[in-house]
Structures are given as C-alpha cells and as structure tokens.
Design a protein around this ligand. Structure first.
Ligand code: ADP
Ligand code: ZN
Length: 736
C-alpha cells in the first residue's frame, strides 16, 4: 500500500477524524486540499506521541478548539477507495445502538492489515489479482493467445498464488503487472478449491411456491424468515435468489455461523457459480488474505461474499441481497469489544440499503419467530425434505430411569448401535461435553476439584492413558492427585461422562467398530475437521462420538442413527435461553440422521421423557415449542417481549466490581426514565482467572426508551470512579 501526502492546494480546513480510542468523539486536524469525496478515506494522524490510523468523517471550516492546539493531518491513503457512505452510516448506527465509540467500530470493521499505520511497503508478491484495467485489457486479447486467455480466465475467478504458476505464466504476469492489469497481493484466498460445476435441480413443489413468493416481493427492502426443516432445500433457495441478484449485476452477502464447519455450503456456491467471483471473509484468514478479500468486496470485484459475522460490515458497493443462514446460531453474536448481533445488523443494513434480507433456519431464534408473528418479517415455510426419499428421522426417547445407563449408555441405545453396526451403517453418539468426565470426585468425602482461579470444576481429561485436570475457562492444567486433599481418601473417581469416556465405553462394547471422536480437542486445529469429514464420507468410520461441532450443517449420507446423551442438563440450567438452545441443537443433530435414502432414527436418553420440549421434538414441532416457550417468556417479562442491556464489571476484588455496579444503579435510578434496573449480581461464572465478574441488568418494554436511557446513563457511568474495574455494556445480551 502506498500512502500519499495530501496535496497542497485549497485553503486549510478542519478534518474530523474517528480514531480507535476509548473517547467517543471525533478529533480535529488541520488539513488542506481535502474534498467531500475524501470522506471515508483512511488517514494517518499524530495522536499523543504515536501515529494512528483513523477514518475521515467530516470536513469543517473551523474547529471549536484553539488553532494553535491543532496538529496537521498526516498522510491520506488514496490507493484504497474511501469507505462508502453507506458503510459509514452503518458504523454510526452500530456505534449508537451498541453504545460503542465510532472510531472503535470503524477500526473493528477494517481488516487488521488496514488498521495499522504505514503498512509495510515492500510486500513479497505472493499472488496476483486482476485490476479493473486488467478486466478491460484481457478482453481485448487476440483469440490466438490461447495460453494468455486461459490464464486470464483463471484470474477472473480470483487471485492466483505465485506458487500455482508456471515460469511462463509468471513472466506473463510480471508483464501485466507493469501494465497495471494485475496487482500484487499478499496472498490468494482460494476459498473452495476443487469445486466442480453443478447444475441446479428442479425445485420441489414446495420450494417452487416459496421461491415464487420470494420473487413476488416488491423491489427494495423486505425481510423474510425462511423456516425449513433440515434438508428441506433452504440452501437451494438461497442459490436461486443469489443467482437472480448476480444476473442483475448485484453482489450477494451470505452469512454463515462458522465457515470451517460448513465448507459444504461454500463448495455448493462455488459449484453453482463457477464464473463468478466467490470470496470468503472470516477471522480464520491471515492478515493478507483478509485484506485481499475485503478489498475485493470494496472494489466491487467480489460477486458473492461468504462470511462469518464480521462480514456483515464488509463494504459492498453493489449489494443486492443478504442471506443469513442458520440465523438462530449464537455465533452471530460478538461476545467482546462491540457486542453486536450480526443477524440484527444484517436486517438493519438491508433496510438502510433497500435490499431484501433472507433469514433461514430449521429452528429460528425466538426473537425472529416473534418478529414474524408481529408482521415485521414475512414467514415462509418448507415442511418437507427436498429429497422425497429422505424422510425426517423418527425420534424416540429412552427413559433412563427405567433403562439405567451403565457407563453413561442405556441398553436401548447400545442395542441400536449394535444393530446399526451390523447393517454396515454409520451412527453418531452426541454428547455436548468434551473431556473424559466433567469432574473428579472423592468417593470418601464427596470433594470435587475446583479450579483455584475460577468458579468452575476442573474437567478430567485422558490422553494416551494419562489423566489430567483441565479448567475449561482459564486453561489451567494439573495432574490429578493420588489422594483427596480434604480427607486423604484414595478412592477418587471420574464422575459423569465426556466424549473421551463415551468413546472408551463404546470401544469396549464394540471392539470391532471403527470409532472417531470429533470435539474441540480433536478437530480444533485448522484442517483437522475437513480431514475427519472426509474419513466419514469415505465410510472409514462406523461410530462417531461428537459434540455440537458435528451437529452443524453437515451432510453425512450414511449416517442413520443418532444417540443423544446428557441433554437433560440444559433443562435445569438457570439460563432461560438454555432450552431454546437445546431444542435447536437436538433438531439440528437429529437432522444429521437419514439424509439420504435410508430412514434415520434418533434416540434420546432422558430422565424426563414427558418434558414438553422432548414431546415437541418427537413431533418435529418447532412451532409448538416456540409457541409454548414464547408464552412462558411473555409471562416472565423476558425477551423478546422486553429489551435488555447488561452492564458487566470485572475487577480483582468482588467488592470493587459490585461497588461500581451499585453506584451505576444509583445513577440510573436518578435518571428516572422508566427503565427497570435489577440489583447487581455475581455473573454465572463469578470468577475467571482470579477476576471477579458481576453484572447489572437494565430492562424495558420499549426498545427506543431503553436506547435513550442507555445514552444518558452511560455518559454518567463513564464518570464514575472505578479503580481497577473494567466494564462493558452488552445490548441485547444472549448470555448472562
Ligand atoms: P437445507 O439447506 O434446508 O438443509 P439443502 O438445500 O441443503 O437443504 O437440501 C438438502 C438436500 O436436498 C441437499 O442434498 C440438496 O442437494 C438436495 N436438494 C435440495 N433441493 C432439491 C431439489 N429440488 N431436488 C433434489 N434435491 C434437492
Ligand atoms: Zn480456571
């Protein structure tokens, strides 16, 4: 990147710049030669003793500050197009709504490589990307330049890595580089290599009806909630909508919760639109890749941007459609910094841009379901699987009070696993706890081993025969003691079950079975999950043991049985959203069974088979579950019927955090704006790594009133003394 000095021309004016600093205001600098069209450009400015990168937000004739205190603006980046006005407006909206400084919002939406001052000038050429000039130039290549045309065609599909080029091709590209047809980029994002072109299937009647409805919407903003059971063909409809946006010259933004866990979606897009530029944007990219992807979006060269939550803030000058797949997924919520919901930002952005937004899920967030009921979103449904032969799996409950589990598994489930193995089909045992056992327990005195730094038990792990105690919150690890530190007893036992122990038990029962465990410990590394998926698809695995990682959007065609362990925990959780999450998770994991021609079966071990949640699940009845749960929420004055914001504080001592929140509450009550302020309480995880955490909930029936209150309140909260206290605000919190 090259940063040019501002031209010396017109009379000096004031440049008002947003900077990534905790103060929520713009900073004034002396500048000459800037014009309105420069708004949105990145600028370098002196700040304190450092130089910082900021974004030019306004030009003014004069500053309220005395002229002698103003410093001159540094370099202006004219190589990168300015951030479009639409994006600046979106950032301003997010800053306002989520109570976060504008400069910090802008910094977080820039790729890391563009946040830093004076990017390294001499970057090694790792890849070549086509420029606009190149786009025109290669169109004029003579027909006999066969090799060059082939190279150009490959470039059109996205940047090419140097390592993927022959010597001749490199020579040609050096020539094109000199001509300005291509530019050197740090690396080539090749999001979904090897996708082969795929034709679109004939839509089912149900799909065709929904597509007709989607197409019948008048142009401009519309929000649609597409509720469709797993395998009902929602993705096929996204592809159709994206195709028509591309045909009209638009860009499509497709958001997914987790890109590494859903590579099949990317492959399907790549296969459907082989001539289009599909760009992936997510935090798993390195700085160079992320910068390249972001710039392709900004320059309008990406046709489809497929990304995780951060991509909702990507610049897209020709944006024509936003799709939010699995819109209920909690991965759309950013949990630190600006705590935004990418789903909600997507809806606002679509509205501001006047484009349709399509939210899809088999188990919509209750917020979205409620919005549909209230007429704010249009609800369209797909009730049947697209593949007529792939029926929804039969769900059965195993009463674990009658069929007592041994080593965590009921005889009913073991029998089913054995039969599945006999048939040569695959099964999945789902348990949402990694490790060997949730705790180590002294059988003499009942002592369990707490993490010395957190409000949590240490989890027992077992690797190659060795046991370790691990804290899942702060990472502390310890060797299990020989004797109980409380009573000296030697009878220490693993209590409960995690994936490792279930794997061990299943191996004992079915020594001939090929077992694969998929959890964060085995699939966490980059590429590990993809390799595992390939093994499953190649039928090199009989029984999968896995956490929710397996549940998300994967097609395992030979999987016909799913067993679920440990689901009851969520029913007794103090978090009122736990049952909503459990239902979504179980529907999703059930959706893995019987995706192809063979019918699937889901067996859930539970001590509460009559629980309404399980009863709805038996009937695949999301609507029934949603209605019952919304009724409870309404009765309890809980979201989505009220709006909430959570003020969190953490400090080295509990009194400091609580004292700060008590003072904040006093300040809030004095405002008397009709917002309920609950008493400050310790967080569910009250201590993590020796930091005490407490929180204060603000709640109001009217979102706008809560917003007004937060503005006034936080201005006061910022002035509160709070030595050693770190605090943050979370608007629309999803975890407490
Ligand atoms: P969802 O996104 O709702 O889970 P998908 O779009 O992935 O559903 O469709 C599920 C499966 O059915 C996929 O394997 C897909 O290729 C197939 N499919 C989707 N629509 C059709 C159709 N109209 N005809 C045949 N197969 C289809
Ligand atoms: Zn800990």
């Amino acid at each position: 990147m090259q940063i040019a000095a501002p031209a010396e021309a017109a009379s000096p004016g004031i440049a008002r710049v947003a900077l990534d600093v905790p103060q929520d205001r713009l900073f004034d600098y002396l500048a000459t030669g800037l014009v309105e069209d420069d708004i949105g450009r990145r600028v370098e400015v002196p700040f304190g003793r450092r130089r910082q990168i900021g974004v030019l937000i306004e030009l003014a004739a004069a500053s309220a500050l005395p002229a002698e205190s103003l410093k001159p603006l540094g370099a202006v980046d004219r190589r990168t197009p300015p951030l479009p006005a639409e994006l600046l407006a979106l950032a301003r909206f997010a800053a306002d709504y989520y109570q976060h400084p504008l400069g910090a919002v802008l910094a977080s939406l820039l790729p890391p490589a563009l946040r830093r001052a004076a990017a390294p000038r001499t970057q090694a050429v790792e890849a070549y990307a086509l420029t606009e000039a190149g786009e025109l130039g290669i169109g004029e290549l003579p027909a006999r330049a066969v090799a060059r045309i082939a190279l150009a065609r490959r470039l059109r599909a996205g940047p090419l890595a140097r390592t993927a080029l022959s010597e001749g091709e490199r020579r040609c590209l050096r020539e094109w580089l000199a001509r300005g047809w291509v530019e050197a980029v740090a690396s080539a994002p090749a999001p979904f290599p090897g996708a082969t072109q795929a034709e679109s299937p004939t839509l089912t009647e149900e799909q065709a009806a929904v597509l007709a409805e989607l197409e019948a919407a008048p142009p401009g903003y519309s929000a649609t909630l597409l509720h469709g059971v797993t395998g009902s063909g929602k993705t096929e409809l996204y592809l159709r909508r994206v195709a028509s946006v591309l045909a009209q010259g638009g860009q499509a933004l497709v958001l997914v919760p987790e890109i590494h866990l859903t590579p099949q979606l990317g492959e399907r897009f790549a296969a459907r639109f082989p001539d289009r530029r599909l760009v992936a944007l997510h935090s798993g990219l390195n700085d160079g890749e992320r910068r390249a992807a972001w710039l392709q979006a900004l320059q309008g060269r990406a046709d489809v941007l497929l990304g995780t939550r951060l991509a909702v803030f990507a610049p897209l000058p020709r944006l024509g459609l936003i799709v939010v797949d699995e819109e209920h997924d909690s991965a759309y919520k950013q949990m630190e910094g600006m705590r935004y919901s990418a789903r909600d930002v997507a809806v606002w952005r679509a509205k501001a841009r006047g484009v349709p937004v399509l939210l899809g899920s088999a188990t919509p967030a209750l917020e979205s379901w409620r919005n549909a009921e209230a007429g704010r979103y249009r609800l369209l449904s797909l009730a049947r699987r697209a593949n007529a032969k792939a029926e929804l799996p039969a769900v059965r409950l195993i009463d674990s009070r009658a069929d007592r589990p041994k080593q965590g598994l009921t005889s009913g489930l073991l029998t089913a696993l054995g039969a599945c193995l006999q048939r040569g089909e695959q099964s999945l045992v789902f348990i949402n706890r990694r490790g060997y056992a949730p705790t180590l327990l002294c059988n003499g005195c009942g002592h369990v081993f707490p993490c010395p730094r957190c409000t949590a038990h240490l989890v027992l792990h077992r690797e190659r025969g060795n046991y370790r105690l691990v804290c899942h919150h702060c990472g502390l690890t310890a060797r299990p003691p020989e004797a109980c530190p409380e009573c000296g007893g030697l009878d220490l036992r693993a209590a409960g079950h995690g994936t490792q122990r279930v794997e061990e038990t299943i191996a004992e029962h079915f020594p001939e079975a090929r077992i694969l465990r998929i959890d964060r410990d085995t699939a966490g590394r980059k590429g590990a999950f993809a390799a595992m998926r390939e093994r499953v698809e190649a039928r090199e695995v009989d029984i999968l043991v896995g956490t929710q990682i397996v549940a998300k959007g994967h097609d395992f065609p030979h999987l016909t049985l799913v067993g679920v362990l440990g689901a009851d925990h969520a029913l007794i959780s103090p978090d009122f959203r736990a049952s909503e999450r459990l239902f979504a998770q179980l529907m999703q994991v059930a959706g893995r069974a019987g995706r192809a021609e063979r019918a699937g079966e889901v067996l859930i071990q539970t001590a509460y088979p009559r629980h309404p949640l399980y009863q709805s699940l038996l009937r695949h009845d999301y609507a029934g579950f949603a209605a019952a749960t919304l009724k409870e929420r309404r009765g309890a004055d809980a979201p989505p019927f009220v709006s909430q914001a959570l003020l969190r504080a953490e400090a080295g001592a509990e009194e400091a955090a609580m004292g700060f929140l008590l003072a904040a509450r006093e300040a809030g009550l004095r405002l008397d704006m009709g917002v309920t302020l609950f008493d400050p309480v310790p967080a569910l995880m009250a201590r993590v790594a020796n930091r005490y955490r407490a929180q204060l909930l603000a709640q109001c029936g009217a979102r706008a009133r809560l917003q007004d209150f937060l503005k006034a309140w936080l201005a006061g909260v910022r002035e509160l003394p709070g030595k050693g206290v770190r605090w943050s605000v979370d608007v629309d919190p999803v975890d407490y």
